[in-house]
Design a binder for this molecule. Structure first.
Ligand SMILES: Cc1cc2nc3c(=O)[nH]c(=O)nc-3n(C[C@H](O)[C@H](O)[C@H](O)COP(=O)(O)O)c2cc1C
Length: 185
């Protein structure tokens, strides 16, 4: 697929089929992700790929975290949190390394990891997959970070939900660049 076709037509696809994806296919997505630019070649992205029961384990962590915060609610109140990672057969959590030397800036590491996420989404689209980038409260949840082996002050910038689309949808119209651009000539 032409790169412009992928960029213009990629769009979030939240509803995907539950069928498992072959590991080689997931690896192809990750390989696309790590082609992203990154300053000082620090490769600041960290991927945690959750499939199958790995997603159930994360769901249990989410439910337990919510229960800690709302201990008086009945157990079924936490079912929604428990089911969160089951929205797609593949869930990739993307964390960002903290700078290990002074010349490396955290903001630049975040930028590089975000570029990796977009690469992955474009590759997924080109491969006929549906995907959605989410964060929400779980990206900042201490128990979730611990489970995923991220440090408490490390950023999780994405939960990428991926699967084959349940239906074919059209990209939404997107505003032009014009009102966000000035030219200095
Ligand atoms: C850093 C980041 C976090 C996001 N988090 C969420 C989220 O938690 N929930 C959500 O519905 N959309 C979230 N989005 C937006 C969607 O992924 C999506 O890009 C947006 O709805 C626009 O739709 P499109 O991807 O079809 O252009 C996030 C996007 C980014 C870049």
């Amino acid at each position: 697929m032409d790169v412009f076709e992928a960029i213009y037509n990629r769009h979030s696809q939240g509803k995907v089929k539950p069928g498992r994806l072959p590991r080689e296919l997931i690896e192809k997505l990750l390989e696309a992700a790590v082609q992203a630019p990154n300053h000082y070649k620090v490769r600041p992205w960290r991927f945690v790929v959750l499939t199958g029961e790995g997603r159930d384990k994360l769901g249990e962590v989410m439910a337990a975290s919510q229960q800690d915060r709302y201990p008086d609610l009945p157990p079924e109140a936490f079912d929604k949190a428990r089911a969160t990672p089951l929205r797609a057969p593949v869930l990739i959590a993307v964390g960002v390394d903290k700078p290990s030397e002074s010349k490396v800036l955290e903001i630049e590491n975040v930028c590089a990891a975000a570029a990796a996420c977009e690469n992955l989404l474009l590759a997924a689209y080109a491969m006929g997959l549906g995907a959605k980038w989410r964060t929400g409260e779980w990206a900042r949840d201490a128990k979730v970070k611990e489970f995923l082996d991220f440090e408490a002050d490390q950023h999780i910038i994405a939960f990428l939900y991926i699967g084959y689309p349940e239906f074919i949808s059209e990209p939404p119209p997107r505003p032009s660049f014009e009102d966000r651009t000035v030219w200095i000539e």
